[in-house]
Design a protein around this ligand. Structure first.
Ligand code: MG
Length: 501
């Protein structure tokens, strides 16, 4: 079926191909920066990216192109795909029209330098090395918010960049509900007679070569096609698609202990990759060809990481491979894996957090970002605020900056307003699980079938992935799950899993 019938849409899409081409090489370049680029390459790379982003802005702001998009926005006869294209382009145009080119160039240069400073600071365990850069990042983001405009809170302007329409007010309410629920659930879990706050597997040393094989084995279980998906290693695991479903790259990391963090990252990033790879090929090279809602994206990665990767049936499928990770692993049973992956224990590191305490990590980042944006928290006080909130909500205080305020790459990339989508996405993953189980059966039963992974992949393709960015996250939830966004399915899921309710 031809999705694009409108003559003006066709003309806009043809012009858009040059913009797409810049995106393609920009994503490739960003993948390279995180994986194989030698450190001295950062300066020329920063220069190239800054120039390319200005070029991109020039192409988008071409007056004929803008006119065509504006007139399409008035067209009442568009189908959903065409509406999606206009929505995505209007969103980009709106930002570009408000941000001066010089501003974008300065911004790009700053974040390229900041990422190198952050790596150095983290390695030397010294917040003071990164603080002057964070100071600049906060200042430039406040200017950015002023350029973009906002109704209530400067933070709103940034939140909207990562999730369309998301506001501080929404999140205040959301995190209040999440916090109350998590703190109470945590208490109940800790009062259970069989509660354990630690597990021997956390500190067990594994063979990195064998762990690499385990990651590859898991991807093969999922039906890994190496012709469009690569797996590499990086400091911070991530997924990058080259703005195309045919070239998607994921990374993981191997730290030598706590193997679940490594397989968890592989599975998490696979969830992101699958979303890209299953987008409808008719949408290639268009503004909706790449899934853009971070909440929806994270709902996919967290679905695979938690609902597949920690499922008892799945764990029984990888047990034999896990046993090869080292001598100590050879006597493990599937119950040991279930206990290890079901561990709920407050820790310092977000990416290693369990499903329950995870949201407290995000809440802390939300509070700090909000404070930085409205001026109620200063950069010099960020470490103190971080440490005291960890003590307040998780009952533990970071012993070093590397394990505390310097653990995440996001701020060094200029990304203020991003973190909340991790929590929202996790909550949305429970909506999908509920819907899948309603449509095709319990996950652990599906996974017992030979084509179990395929059945789940097909469901996700049909209901979520194929659409790329055609719909906003709230629209897609309502279309494909038949309900409004709500935290109730997520609450039910956790209560069922951890309290047997
Ligand atoms: Mg993710």
């Amino acid at each position: 079926m031809n999705k694009f019938n409108n003559k003006n849409i066709k003309s806009v899409l043809q012009k858009y191909e040059s913009i797409w081409a810049i995106d393609h090489v920009s994503y490739l370049s960003s993948w390279d920066l995180e994986t194989y680029m030698p450190s001295m390459g950062s300066k020329p790379r920063g220069m190239a990216m800054a120039k390319l982003s200005v070029l991109r802005q020039t192409l988008l702001l071409d007056s004929i192109f803008v006119q065509e998009v504006e007139s399409l926005a008035q067209d009442k006869g568009l189908n959903d795909y065409e509406k999606g294209i206009v929505r995505m382009l209007k969103r980009e145009l709106d930002q570009y029209q408000k941000l001066p080119p010089q501003f974008i160039e300065v911004y790009e240069k700053l974040i390229n330098e900041s990422q190198i400073a952050w790596r150095d600071a983290r390695q030397k365990n010294k917040f003071e090395i990164f603080a002057p850069f964070l100071e600049k990042i906060v200042a430039i983001n406040r200017r950015k918010a002023d350029f973009l405009g906002f109704a209530d809170h400067p933070y709103d302007a940034l939140l909207n960049l990562y999730e369309e329409g998301l506001t501080t007010k929404d999140l205040d309410k959301y995190f209040y509900e999440v916090r109350e629920f998590v703190l109470e659930l945590l208490q109940k879990i800790r009062r259970k007679p069989d509660y354990s706050q630690t597990n021997a597997l956390v500190s067990m040393k594994y063979d990195i070569q064998k762990a690499t094989e385990l990651s590859e084995y898991i991807l093969e279980l999922f039906g890994w096609d190496k012709s469009n998906l690569r797996l590499d290693v990086s400091t911070h695991p991530f997924t990058e698609s080259m703005a195309s479903k045919y070239d998607v790259r994921i990374t993981t990391r191997y730290e030598g202990t706590n193997f679940g963090s490594s397989t968890g990252s592989t599975i998490h990033e696979y969830g992101h990759a699958l979303y890209e790879m299953q987008t409808d090929s008719d949408l290639e090279y268009t503004p909706i060809g790449r899934p853009s809602s971070l909440t929806l994206h994270e709902s996919q990665s967290r679905f695979w990481e938690n609902m597949i990767g920690k499922n008892p049936t799945f764990l029984s499928k990888i047990l034999a491979k896990v046993k090869t990770l080292g001598d100590e692993f050879s006597s493990l049973e599937v119950d040991d894996l279930n206990e290890y992956f079901g561990l709920v224990s407050p820790g310092l590191i977000r990416v290693e957090a369990d499903e329950v305490t995870y949201h407290l990590h995000i809440l802390i980042r939300f509070e700090i970002e909000k404070g930085l944006m409205d001026g109620s928290i200063h950069v010099k006080d960020v470490r103190g605020a971080w440490n005291s909130m960890y003590e307040k909500y998780l009952g533990i205080k970071p012993s070093s900056d590397a394990l505390g305020v310097l653990q995440d790459v996001h701020w060094s990339m200029g990304a203020i307003g991003y973190f909340s989508t991790y929590s929202l996405g996790t909550v949305v993953s429970a909506i999908w699980k509920e819907r899948i189980e309603h449509d095709i059966g319990l996950i652990e039963e599906i996974l017992k079938k030979d084509n179990g992974f395929e059945q789940i992949q097909n469901w996700l393709e049909k209901n979520i992935h194929q659409y790329g960015s055609t719909y906003t996250f709230k629209e897609l939830i309502s279309k494909s799950a038949g309900q409004e966004f709500s935290i109730e399915p997520w609450k039910k899921y956790l209560e069922h899993k951890y309290l047997g309710m």
